[in-house]
Design a binder for this molecule. Structure first.
Ligand code: SF4
Length: 115
């Protein structure tokens, strides 16, 4: 059985430009699966936090310090900046971008095991 975190590990982490939330301000509520929704609810409960409220096109989980659910953000939030299809507007990226085939494989695994 594959865990959602196994899929997360296939996407390289990198340091965003401090204070930039460009990719969280334009796409509204991020799509998520039932498993991810449960992870977010558990995280909010264990941190005594309330679900966010959507404002315009901004993600409801974005606050003044950034993503309030960063450790459990859904998969759709994670590829930004890491592959040619999700390039960061600020030009920030990890040392190696994912190949398009790797990106396809990640979304294939996600759909196969979590939809
Ligand atoms: S969940 Fe977090 S990372 Fe994803 S769009 Fe919202 S604020 Fe950004």
């Amino acid at each position: 059985m594959i865990d959602i975190e196994d899929i997360h590990k296939l996407i390289q982490e990198f340091l965003c430009t401090p204070g930039c939330h460009e990719c969280c301000q334009n796409f509204g509520v991020p799509s998520r699966t039932r498993v991810e929704d449960e992870r977010i609810k558990t995280f909010l409960r264990s941190n005594s936090m309330q679900p966010g409220v959507a404002q315009g096109n901004s993600c409801p989980y974005l606050n003044e310090t950034g993503c309030s659910i960063y450790p459990v953000r859904p998969l759709i939030c994670r590829p930004y900046g890491t592959s040619p299809n999700y390039l960061c507007k600020m030009g920030v990226m990890p040392l190696r971008l994912l190949h398009e085939d790797e990106e396809s494989e990640i979304f294939q695994l996600y759909q196969t095991h979590f939809f």
